[in-house]
Design a protein around this ligand. Structure first.
Ligand code: CP
Length: 314
């Protein structure tokens, strides 16, 4: 990637990343290209002197630790908390006041919160850029960027792929952001879930508006032989639990009829929907996917902190 290409997009990007629709396709492509650069040639001191506020009101392993590791890898510092119960929210402070105060201590903030819309409120309250690390069942845009990075890494492209997305499609914020981002690409989508956990009408409407071909299914078997990517999600038990709506479970024997080039992705954590016996299979790509999150979040922090030197990043 040319340095001037990166510099050229900075004025056009929004200050905050709350929804995947805050990014144009051009922005997404630039972040993916920069993520590759972060992996191959990490610029160690790019964020030296900057402070990330890592504000997690909900549990996380991958998102929180990869954002924090990304900031450390870039030479910056991290403040924050991993549960709201350790903040003055416990004493009744509003999210708006909390984020307004945190904005005075940091240069960029990442927030995860159980309520839909919390990231937007945080962005409106904080004087510094705010990145949504998951707000309720709404969106998880940085997960989507690492999902797209993984798809391109394992298949060499995003366009012209057949992609199946299985599980609790109704409550999965990773699914919502990913589906909306895929409207930028020439993909064929297959959605596999029980009817009560189907994709929200709003996401399906966006697919129709953009002319993306998609269909709904109830079993993995009817779709698996056709697809290049299988994206497995868990039941979002923290938002919903209905044992009468069991989601598809992927077992090793299902893969006998898959294309040899099929790659399985998952935002993780997994429950029983993704059999650990699959981990050793060449189809499994979910741990590499999680590793890519580090490079993608290095790219996101660099761009949203506008770390430029005379108009150039490197
Ligand atoms: N994929 C994801 O958001 O994982 P964590 O909940 O561990 O951050």
């Amino acid at each position: 990637m040319q340095t001037m290409e990166i510099a050229a997009i900075l004025p056009k990007m929004k200050r905050d990343l709350v929804s995947i629709f805050d990014l144009s396709k051009e922005d997404i492509e630039q972040i993916l290209a920069l993520s590759l650069r972060m992996r191959e040639q990490p610029p160690v001191d790019l964020c030296k002197g900057s402070i990330l506020a890592s504000c997690f009101f909900e549990p996380s392993t991958r998102t929180r630790l990869s954002f924090e590791a990304a900031m450390h890898r870039l030479g910056g510092a991290v403040i924050g908390f991993s549960e709201g119960a350790n903040t003055s929210a416990k004493k009744g402070e509003t999210l708006s006041d909390t984020m307004r105060v945190i904005g005075g201590y940091c240069d960029i903030a990442v927030i995860r919160h159980p309520q839909e819309g919390a990231a937007r409120l945080a962005a409106e309250s904080c004087a510094k850029p705010v990145i949504n690390a998951g707000d309720g069942a709404n969106q998880h845009p940085t997960q989507t960027l690492l999902d797209l990075f993984a798809i391109r890494e394992c298949q060499g492209k995003i366009d012209d792929l057949s992609i199946a997305i299985a599980g609790d499609l109704k409550h999965s914020r990773t699914v919502h952001s990913l589906v909306l981002a895929l409207t930028h690409y020439g993909v064929r989508l297959y959605f596999i879930s029980p009817e009560p956990l189907q994709l929200p009408a709003g996401c399906a409407g966006e697919l129709r508006k953009k002319g993306v071909k998609f269909s709904f299914h109830e079993t993995l078997e009817e779709v698996l032989p056709k697809v290049d990517i299988l994206y497995m999600t868990r039941v979002q038990k923290e938002r919903f639990h209905d044992p009468s709506s069991p989601i598809p479970h992927l077992k090793k024997n299902h893969l006998a009829k898959a294309k040899t080039t099929l790659r399985i992705l998952a935002p993780l954590p997994r429950q029983e929907e993704l059999d650990p016996a699959i981990d050793a299979s060449p189809h499994a790509y979910y741990f590499q996917q999680a590793q890519g999150g580090l490079y993608v979040r290095m790219a996101i922090l660099s761009l949203f902190l506008q770390k430029t030197k005379k108009g150039e990043i490197f």
